[in-house]
Design a binder for this molecule. Structure first.
Ligand code: NAD
Ligand code: LMR
Length: 328
């Protein structure tokens, strides 16, 4: 029997020896992102110090004998790793510890995304899609995109799908419904404690959701609990989220490539000034996947309550962008 005649997609995962990659690589390799008939060439990018550990991950991937895996390559050179890349998961970055904010990671992580943005610009395939996971994810996506002037800005997304999934899960538990009963939930803004999980447009089984939940629970418990869930995980688990982050990365890239069939999801990409967000800030908004591109949901009515929370994220991201601009 010969290998599949379908041309493989070239997928790069950075931080390949880390916690998130240890789950993400197997999901990608199993067809959960690009489809069950789509072979993949996997490139595992790491820093030299973690190269041996990445080799070990590659050995385990090979030992899984996954039928969609065409090639596995371990790299410590971004220029080589991104050659011909159709998709890149930029995971490799330092996670925060207890008591730190994600923005605190900018000093340690920001420069990684200058180097990788440049390498993507020079080497990636024309259709490349880049999902930035490493924190602070929104501003790292801003940095990577700024470093890659030849790649359209909307090809750089930051991951806010984990926040979106957390919001869905908490609502589903509160209402005792499956998460599939919920539509039109969105998490606006930054993957940070200012983020705004919003149920203003949401429905449960097709009915307005706001009528089904107590306002005090929504404002005083739900919003802060979703926003601070990453910190809660670090507190309880002793390490930042890994399998749930990998699962969210799979959801995001799959929906980007394959579409959402009209469903809203949360996508952070460069703003085009909708909803009073400064152009260029990588901002979480509701979007529909059309199969290859995102169509942000435009023209929604926004109340003062919503506007105030959206603005808090604009302010935070403008500040982060100023810090990021100084890294260049
Ligand atoms: P980890 O420490 O387990 O792994 C990170 C890996 O990245 C390490 O192996 C490290 O050697 C590697 N790395 C560092 N610099 C690199 C570079 N220049 N090129 C390639 N690899 C590099 O961390 P983790 O738990 O996998 O988390 C990774 C990042 O994802 C962290 O910044 C974390 O805060 C973030 N994160 C984001 C979300 C989100 O929702 N956006 C969710 C969870 C975690
Ligand atoms: C998360 O939301 O779980 C990640 O961003 C990790 C963190 O630092 O909270």
């Amino acid at each position: 029997m010969t290998k599949s005649p379908v041309q493989p997609v070239n997928v790069v995962v950075t931080g390949a020896a880390g916690n998130i990659a240890y789950s993400l690589l197997w999901r990608v390799a199993s067809g959960d992102v690009f489809g069950k008939d789509q072979p993949v060439n996997l490139t595992l990018l790491e820093i030299p110090a973690a190269g041996r550990a990445a080799e070990g991950t590659a050995m385990e991937l090979a030992d899984s004998a996954l039928p969609l895996v065409n090639t596995i390559t371990v790299a410590d050179n971004a220029a080589k790793a991104f050659e011909g890349a159709n998709a890149a998961f930029l995971v490799g970055a330092k996670p925060r510890g207890k008591g730190e904010s994600r923005a605190d990671m900018l000093a340690a992580n920001g420069k990684i995304f200058i180097e990788q943005g440049k390498a993507l610009n020079d080497a990636a395939a024309q259709d490349v899609r880049v999902l930035v996971v490493g924190n602070p994810a929104n501003t790292n996506a801003y940095i990577a995109s700024k470093s890659a002037p030849d790649i359209p800005g909307d090809r750089f997304n930051a991951m806010m799908r984990l926040d979106h999934n957390r919001a869905l899960s908490m609502l589903a538990q509160h209402l005792d419904v499956p998460s599939t009963a919920l539509e039109r939930v969105v998490v606006w803004g930054n993957h940070a404690d200012t983020q705004f999980p919003d149920i203003s447009y949401a429905t449960v089984n097709g009915e307005p959701l706001a009528n089904e939940v107590d306002r005090d629970w929504y404002v005083d418990e739900f919003i802060p609990r979703v926003a601070k869930r990453g910190g809660e995980i670090i507190e309880v688990r002793g390490k930042s989220s890994a399998a749930s982050a990998a699962s969210a990365a799979v959801d995001h890239m799959r929906d980007w490539v394959q579409g959402t069939d009209g469903r809203w999801v949360t996508v952070a990409q460069a703003s085009t000034s909708e909803y009073g967000v400064d152009a260029g800030l990588v901002f979480g908004v509701p979007a529909v996947g059309t199969g290859g591109t995102w169509e942000p949901v435009a023209g929604l009515e926004v109340s003062d309550f919503q506007r105030e929370r959206i603005q808090a994220n604009v302010d935070a991201l403008k500040h982060e962008a100023e810090v990021a601009d100084a890294l260049f």
